[in-house]
Design a protein around this ligand. Structure first.
Ligand code: B12
Ligand code: SF4
Length: 529
């Protein structure tokens, strides 16, 4: 470990947090490596509990297992902890890395956390004896409690009953009860001091980048999504305190680009307004990226000038599908009219729109792709993020479609950029060709190219060029990956068989917020046509 990554001062246990070397086309060719916010939050809690903590970002450094083991041996930790935002597709890399660490450093305890391990804890403890503990759900308090128990010398069998922890008892996986929810997100602290070199994290060509979280959870219940279950309730930070943190990131570390990690930051219009106002009043040269539902963009039509003044440069809207019937069946809770209107509104206010479109919900045919392409072109977004439906064991969509066939058995490719489920009427190469064609048509149609060459605002033009170049690199890398490194199962299993060991669903707790009815603002009459 070089000088900059010297562990924080403190007593207690020596803990090495490792961001595993899960390298995707998205990070290598597209957006670049980003700060591992989940690990930084866990690290903040552990530092404050008095432990000596260091972060090894093996992803950003492109380290192989041998190099990670060598770094770990130099740091001499009591405990190694890992987990990755990519979660499901990162799982094979996490397991491989922890296995190498256990083989080289048998006395070091291993802890694994994040979304996928939360739901597959029993399977992991059964199949991977080199993983000692799995932290389920939010990691900050559970990890601190786990380390406290370990430092007190508690036996694994006792720890197995702790809230939010899974461990072995008599050799069998044992899942503790659900951990109580952190109600006050303001009480959590990101361990920013663990970042050894801010220049590793850049995005959108505007300089250093960070990820922050305003809220956790989502009041919606889209059937294919698991994020709303993971955080259970929608909770938020005090808007002014988050604006303070963004300002501090800019002043202390020259961060110029901030991604909101929220599932649904706009859940409360009032709190969102407070955050935007607080940011706008500071006039920071910081650009923001957020994922926001089209229905909320439409709801906030009158706030969009404030969105821009606050720094929002690009908004990802997960429209998922252009088919109204499918939108209803996946319980998206928005309409194609709202998707169409939202793109127009964002353009009118100088904010880039990125549409997230998912293929594979239905048994599609080439006609379905043709219809979707026409509709996306009619929406006229600046950017398109085309993805493949990826079934998670914990989503209700997976339970509702047990007969769908799994043709991609490499979990590392369950990353939304590879086809996982068979399409009854189309071969995988046909699906791939149509997805790639859709991407190229949407990005290279004359109207989009004209915008690239003659946008109204110079800053926007720079962002558009950056994303255009990166999208082209991702496009080429994915074609290469499909031709050279993607294989499909010839005798596919059903989803029911694939998840036959089950995954440990977390109880849906009462108290989810009612989904607010999307209201059409009066100023929208012309935009909505
Ligand atoms: C920001 C983001 C990105 C950014 C940055 C990722 C990064 N490096 O941090 C970018 C754009 C690069 C990105 C890329 C990808 N992403 Co992404 N991304 C997100 C997003 C919006 C927020 C993630 C986040 O920071 N959450 C906040 C933190 C605090 O939560 P957390 O990571 O879960 O951590 C908490 C707990 O899980 C736990 N925990 C986590 N790790 C550990 C470890 C230990 C030891 C412990 C004790 C606890 C613990 O404690 C933490 C604090 O409570 C989510 C969607 C969403 N809103 O959640 C998708 C999401 C995480 N991404 C996802 C995916 C699949 C990807 C890609 C693989 C897509 C692709 N094809 O390339 C890539 C992976 C590339 C990469 N290198 O990360 C999926 C993961 C699916 C899953 N659950 O299996 C999500 C959930 C999107 C979705 N809707 O499905 N992503
Ligand atoms: S709105 Fe987004 S985060 Fe919320 S349930 Fe739907 S897909 Fe999941």
């Amino acid at each position: 470990m070089d000088d900059a990554s010297r562990p924080s001062d403190g007593r207690g246990w020596r803990i090495l947090l490792v961001n595993p070397p899960y390298l995707t086309v998205t990070s290598m060719q597209g957006v670049g490596h980003q700060v591992p916010l989940g690990l930084l939050l866990v690290g903040g809690a552990l530092i404050d509990a008095g432990h000596t903590v260091a972060l090894l970002d093996a992803e950003a450094l492109h380290l192989d297992d041998a190099a990670i083991v060598a770094h770990a041996a130099r740091f001499a930790p009591d405990l190694v902890m890992t987990g990755h935002a990519g979660s499901t597709p990162a799982h094979p890399v996490c397991l491989r890395m922890l296995r190498a660490l256990r083989a080289a450093l048998p006395a070091v305890k291993t802890v694994y956390g994040g979304v996928y391990p939360t739901y597959h804890a029993a399977e992991i403890l059964r199949d991977a004896p080199w993983v000692d503990y799995v932290v389920r759900g939010a990691g900050e308090e559970a990890a601190a409690n786990l380390v406290r128990a370990l430092a007190r010398g508690e036996e694994p069998s006792g720890i197995a009953g702790m809230a939010g922890i899974a461990a072995r008892r008599d050799g069998q996986p044992c899942l503790g009860p659900e951990a109580p929810l952190t109600r006050r997100l303001d009480d959590l602290r990101v361990g920013w001091e663990l970042i050894e070199d801010w220049d590793r994290y850049r995005c959108f060509g505007v300089g250093r980048a960070a990820i922050v979280q305003f809220s956790r959870g989502c009041p919606h219940r889209c059937s294919y999504c698991g994020q709303y279950q993971f955080w259970v309730h929608w909770r938020h930070r005090t808007p002014r305190l988050l604006a303070d943190e963004i300002e501090w990131l800019y002043r202390a570390h020259d961060v110029r680009f901030v991604t909101l990690a929220d599932e649904n930051p706009t859940t409360s219009r009032k709190l969102w307004y407070e955050l935007l106002s607080s940011l706008a009043s500071r006039r920071l040269p910081v650009q923001l990226f957020a994922t926001i539902r089209a229905s909320d963009i439409v709801r906030d039509a009158d706030l969009l000038p404030l969105y821009r003044r606050a720094g929002l440069a690009c908004i990802l809207m997960g429209i998922e599908t252009t088919d109204p019937e499918t939108l209803r069946s996946i319980r998206k809770g928005s309409t194609t009219q709202q998707d169409y209107t939202a793109v127009r509104l964002l353009r009118r206010h100088g904010i880039l729109s990125m549409l997230g479109h998912v293929v594979g919900f239905d048994e599609e045919t080439p006609r379905t792709y043709w219809r979707a392409l026409r509709q996306i072109v009619a929406y006229d977004p600046d950017l398109l993020n085309a993805m493949y439906l990826t079934p998670h064991g914990w989503s209700s969509w997976t339970r509702e479609n047990p007969q769908r066939l799994v043709i991609q058995t490499d979990l590392g490719k369950w990353d939304y950029r590879h086809q996982v489920l068979a399409s009854r009427h189309m071969r995988p190469w046909q699906v791939f060709a149509l997805v790639k064609l859709t991407e190229i048509v949407v990005h290279c149609r004359p109207r989009a190219l004209r915008r690239l060459l003659r946008p109204r605002d110079r800053a926007l033009r720079a962002l558009l060029w950056w994303t255009f170049r990166r999208s082209a690199r991702v496009w080429l890398a994915e074609v290469r990956d499909f031709l050279l490194a993607t294989r499909f199962e010839r005798r596919p299993q059903t989803l029911a068989a694939w998840f036959r060991d089950g995954c440990q669903a977390r109880p849906e707790r009462p108290g989810a917020l009612p989904v607010p009815a999307p209201a059409l603002h009066p100023s929208l009459r012309d935009a909505a046509g």
